[in-house]
Design a protein around this ligand. Structure first.
Ligand code: CA
Length: 649
């Protein structure tokens, strides 16, 4: 069949009616036997090859699969094949392709061969009783790469933990083993973030799992969607090890009070001719009008989330990670390539199983290029966020760019580094862009408020580019530190979910590198020496995190939350004040005033009537622990923020 004809056939309801298959796919083994199920509706022939290892050598045995209805292929045996590795030969239009199982849940090194595995063997001690910690008033998301976390020698990690899942299990590490300055998990606990978003932990292809430890990649290149990445494990050759070690890490994070969010990339695969493609050529991929691969990801391919078995694949994968690995939330890479219907379905399925809102969903509301979904399909871009369930959130580039300048140029500026600032624009940031005639979202529950993530310059590097002519990224420029504090205060004064790239709180630098996806680990690593050198900045973030959880006017996320903003006034050039109603919530303060001075001058501003307690100022965000009361006219330091609360009568 020619490509174009096939594209329309795959898109058709007729195809869906004939071949949509509800049977659980993949391999299931027990002492009663083993069953292999593969969905390959266009195949003429499927042959299974079994191996005793996941790396090399020829097959021990081979068996043809039997074709069932709805495109399903089956092989059953009374033997328990737990621990065996396997591949398929799938013949379509007389071309036979060797492939691993797209539904594999375990695999050998580099994901080349799939593995039959009784998953109960991978459960670590205590896993049965693993529970996610209870949530508090606020969710603060911290984006972390497994290798970054423990690569730095100064972190005090054991050599075998460096860059591995196991480092996430270790309490008690300190800076150069000094016994005094916590690093790793203890550092994170002290910081007070609540959710750890792990950058890709599914099996990706850009790092050779059997190769040297110095290799590095962020991992946005999926190979096996339902298997953990092997290079973070102590043994990538035995499929059960990576699974057990990832579960141990998640269990440790849960026990230490963190929820765990997984970064998922269901928008493209490492290469077009993936296991999905080789099993059902083209079905899982969007195509251009000439039948070639559409490239909405900018990475060479584009998954067709709207085709029913592709949607089922993605839904099953998310549910699998939630069930088998106790994942608490999902961050969808380029969510703007996926259709509104599927994301809504995923949220509904998770809500039904775990309770409303228990699993957090959010993503990037954009694509990496022109997408080509079936006509009539609505994608989760900014234009369509309002059509998603109110608990699905999206990264807010409006606030990000407003505060520090956009991503197009290193010299572009925002509120904190010399750009234009006014009360009306800040008000929109504060309400998480959920008000106004052109609101992107229905409520702050749909907004991820952030200044930096793995992409683009770190906040520190962007501020150095715009504020420090000498471009000394490692310096502790007071000017840059002041701008960083103001930026952090602004971010934590915006409704929505606060989010930060690991290390933003200590002025993390990549030496000005914008896209470090395959830079050396030393460029990307968490620099634990710097974390302690800049601990005053860390304290500023820590205080803001704690203060925010006391201010319902900021952490509430319902559609009414933006109405708490009562006024937003320009007080002087570059200087604005925003008042919020904080009543009816048991908080100590019934009104909150946010004061921002983006200018480089001192400003005298008049407080609204009443006695105001200083909660945070340019020096400390822990001011709320004292009882400093102000009224009337007060001075506002250059490039600084002040948060005040009126003590309830
Ligand atoms: Ca891999």
């Amino acid at each position: 069949m020619d490509l174009l004809k096939q594209k329309y056939w795959f898109d058709s309801l007729e195809f869906q009616r004939e071949f949509h298959c509800h049977v659980p796919l993949g391999v299931f083994c027990s002492r009663y036997g083993t069953v292999f199920r593969l969905w390959a509706p266009t195949a003429e022939k499927v042959v299974l090859h079994l191996y005793d290892n996941g790396t090399n050598g020829s097959a021990l045995e081979s068996h043809p699969l039997v074709r069932e209805s709805r495109g399903l292929w089956l092989f059953e045996t009374e033997r328990d094949l737990d621990g065996m590795y396997y591949e398929y030969d799938v013949t379509v239009d007389q071309v036979t392709r060797r492939t691993a199982d797209p539904y594999a849940r375990a695999c050998g090194v580099n994901g080349m061969r799939s593995m039959v595995l009784n998953l109960r063997r991978t459960d670590p001690a205590g896993w049965k009783y693993d529970v996610s910690p209870a949530t508090g008033p606020e969710t603060v998301i911290y984006e972390l790469h497994v290798k970054d976390f423990s690569w730095d020698l100064a972190g005090g990690f054991a050599p075998e933990d460096r860059g591995k899942y196991s480092a996430l299990c270790r309490c008690g590490t300190t800076l150069n083993n000094d016994g005094e300055h916590p690093t790793g998990l203890d550092y994170l606990k002290r910081l007070g973030v609540t959710h750890i978003q792990l950058m890709p932990i599914y099996d990706y292809g850009s790092v050779d799992e059997g190769g040297p430890a110095q290799q590095y990649n962020w991992g946005y290149d999926p190979v096996n969607y339902n298997v953990p990445e092997g290079s973070y494990s102590s043994d990538p050759y035995h499929g059960e090890v990576r699974i057990r070690e990832l579960k141990q890490a998640i269990h440790a994070l849960h026990q230490n009070g963190f929820r765990v969010i997984m970064d998922v990339v269901y928008n493209h695969t490492f290469y077009l001719h993936s296991n999905l493609w080789r099993t059902v050529p083209w079905y899982y991929y969007r195509q251009n009008e000439d039948g070639t691969a559409s490239n909405g990801s900018g990475c060479g391919s584009e998954l067709a989330s709207e085709r029913s078995m592709c949607a089922q694949y993605i839904l099953d994968s998310v549910l699998y990670w939630a069930r088998e690995y106790h994942i608490d939330g999902f961050r969808f890479d380029l969510m703007g390539m996926m259709d509104v219907h599927l994301i809504s379905r995923i949220q509904a399925a998770l809500d039904e199983r775990y309770g409303p809102g228990e699993k957090l969903l959010y993503g990037e509301p954009w694509a990496g290029g022109q997408c080509n979904p079936r006509p009539g399909i609505r994608l989760c871009t900014k234009d369509h966020l309002r059509e998603l369930p109110a608990q699905v959130a999206a990264f807010c580039d409006n606030t990000r760019d407003a505060v520090k300048g956009n991503l197009m140029s290193e010299n572009s500026t925002g509120f904190v580094n010399g750009g234009h600032f006014n009360a009306a624009y800040m008000r929109r940031c504060v309400t998480g862009w959920a008000t106004d005639y052109d609101a992107c979202v229905r409520a702050p529950s749909q907004t991820i408020t952030y200044l930096s993530c793995h992409d683009d310059w770190t906040l520190w590097d962007k501020l150095v580019y715009t504020l420090s002519p000498a471009k000394k990224f490692l310096s502790k420029s007071p000017k840059v530190l002041r701008a960083n504090r103001l930026a952090a205060a602004m971010n934590f004064c915006c409704q929505g979910y606060p989010f930060l790239l690991a290390g933003e709180e200590f002025g993390r630098t990549k030496g000005g590198v914008k896209n470090s996806y395959r830079s050396a680990p030393v460029v990307n690593q968490i620099d634990w020496t710097r974390a302690w050198d800049n601990h005053r900045l860390v304290e500023y973030y820590r205080g803001l995190i704690q203060l925010r959880s006391k201010l319902p006017c900021l952490y509430e996320k319902g559609p009414e939350a933006p109405n708490r903003v009562r006024s937003a006034v320009d007080l002087a050039p570059g200087c604005a004040g925003i008042t919020l109603d904080n009543t009816g919530t048991g908080s100590k303060w019934d009104k909150i005033v946010l004061l921002f001075n983006t200018s480089t001058e001192n400003r005298d501003v008049d407080l609204p009537h009443g006695d105001w307690q200083v909660l945070s100022d340019e020096k400390t965000s822990f001011r709320w622990r004292q009882n400093r009361i102000l009224s009337g006219q007060i001075p506002l330091a250059p490039v600084s923020a002040m948060i005040l609360g009126r003590v309830s009568q």
